[in-house]
Design a protein around this ligand. Sequence first.
Ligand code: PAF
Length: 274
Amino acid sequence: MQIHDTIESFRAARPTMGRLAFVPTMGNLHDGHIALMTQAAGHADIVAASIFVNRLQFGVGEDFDRYPRTFAEDCQRLEAAGVRHLFAPDESVIYPAPQRYHVAPPAEQTGILEGACRPGHFNGMATVVLKLLLIVQPEVALFGKKDYQQLMVIRNMVRELNVPVEVVPGETVRAADGLALSSRNGYLSTTERAEAPRLHRLLNGIRIALQAGERDIPRLEIEALEELAAHGWQPDYIAVRRRSDLQPPQGDDALVVLAAAKLGGTRLIDNLEI
Ligand code: PAF
């Protein structure tokens, strides 16, 4: 695997790569990331990944400083997964000067759910994703469904800004007890790790109820929020939304149920399509 720490180095190698599938990451790779790399290989001649912890998408008081940096292990995993190029720039490469131009997705997409809880997060995320796509210039880019709202924002950005890339979603990878894999799971204590699968169980309960014909969505959401609170969580939201734009459902929309909640000092998110 070739590691590029400058834009010039990646751009010089790009013509040798043919059809390229790209998986951007912030590192601390787990099996969910590796599944995306494997899926990427089915879409192109060559797979490239990036590792960049993007300060711009972390809010004040969030975990930018303690976000796990595990570069050597990540490189081993990427090599083993057949990734041929890694773009791993320093902050000074991506932000050589304060970033003054930003992607500002519309409020109806960023003022809800994750956007409402993490003001500025999607502007910072979309800004770096656009920069990475312009640097790497892949034919295909893969993003996990675990960050469902992120995937929606990126799809809309790519469509509305005519970015020449196909966005491909990857399924969420889970531990045997249902917990969605996430770099942040490493923050959980042993007791919290044992409690954490409750989030998935509750989402699954809502899915089963809706599939069985239950229509009282507010009751399902409130009961799930109460159960989390009763077990020591601080929930931000549990919300059944339509998949297309994450707005409240109307009629026969295809649905997804999304959740975010803090367990101790760790904020977990998850979702299930219904
Ligand atoms: O999902 C992530 O890891 C990040 O939000 C991304 C897409 C790499 C942008 O920093």
